[in-house]
Design a protein around this ligand. Structure first.
Ligand code: PNS
Length: 158
C-alpha cells in the first residue's frame, strides 16, 4: 500500500491545492493532507478551521484524509511510513523555495519529495492572493471551493 502526504499551511485550501491532491490520489493508494504550521507565518484561519475547510474540500476524493500536524512534517512522514511527500509546483519560484525543504525533509526522515506540476490554468492561485482579494472585496469565488468562499466571507465580515 503506497501512501503520500501533502503538507501545507492551507490558509485556506484553494482549487490549486485540490488539483494537486487529486493528482496525488491518482498516484498513491492513500493520501494524507497534512495541515502544518510554518512558525514564521501568521494565519488567518485557526488550526481547526484550516483542517475543517480542507476536510470538506477533499471529501469527494476517495482514500484521502486530513490530519493536523503540530510539529515536523518529516517526523509525521516517518511515523506513518509515508512513501513520499507530494508538493505542487506552479513555476520556478515554487521549485526554488521547495527544493531546500525537500532536501531537509529527506535528510531528517529519508522520505523523498515528489514534485507535481499543477494544472496551468490554476497557476495564478495562491492562498495569499485569495486572502488579499477577500480583504479588499475582490472576487475570489472561482479560486476556492464553495465552503472556503463562505468561510472567507464570514471571516472578513467579522
Ligand atoms: O503552504 P506552506 O506555508 O508553504 O507550507 C509550509 C509548511 C507548513 C508545509 C512547512 O512550513 C512545514 O513543513 N512546517 C512544519 C514544520 C516543519 O516540518 N518544517 C520544516 C523543517 S524546518
Amino acid at each position: 500500500m503506497s501512501c503520500a502526504i501533502c503538507p501545507g499551511s492551507f490558509d485556506p485550501i484553494t482549487y490549486g491545492h485540490v488539483d494537486i491532491i487529486e493528482r496525488a490520489h491518482r498516484m498513491f493508494d492513500e493520501v494524507v493532507v497534512v495541515v502544518a504550521r510554518n512558525s514564521a507565518k501568521k494565519y488567518l484561519f485557526s488550526d481547526d478551521e484550516r483542517v475543517a475547510l480542507a476536510r470538506e474540500a477533499v471529501a469527494h476524493i476517495p482514500h484521502v484524509r486530513v490530519a493536523l500536524v503540530d510539529g515536523l512534517v518529516a517526523d509525521f512522514a516517518q511515523q506513518i511510513h509515508a512513501n513520499a511527500i507530494v508538493k505542487g509546483v506552479r513555476g520556478s519560484a515554487d521549485y526554488d523555495s521547495e527544493l531546500p525543504m525537500s532536501l531537509l525533509n529527506r535528510h531528517l526522515s529519508g522520505v523523498e519529495t515528489v514534485f507535481v506540476m499543477g494544472e496551468p490554468s490554476l497557476a495564478h492561485i495562491a492562498s495569499s492572493f485569495v486572502k488579499e482579494l477577500a480583504h479588499y472585496g475582490g472576487p475570489y469565488e472561482d479560486l476556492v471551493p464553495p465552503n472556503v468562499a463562505q468561510a472567507l466571507k464570514e471571516k472578513v465580515k467579522a
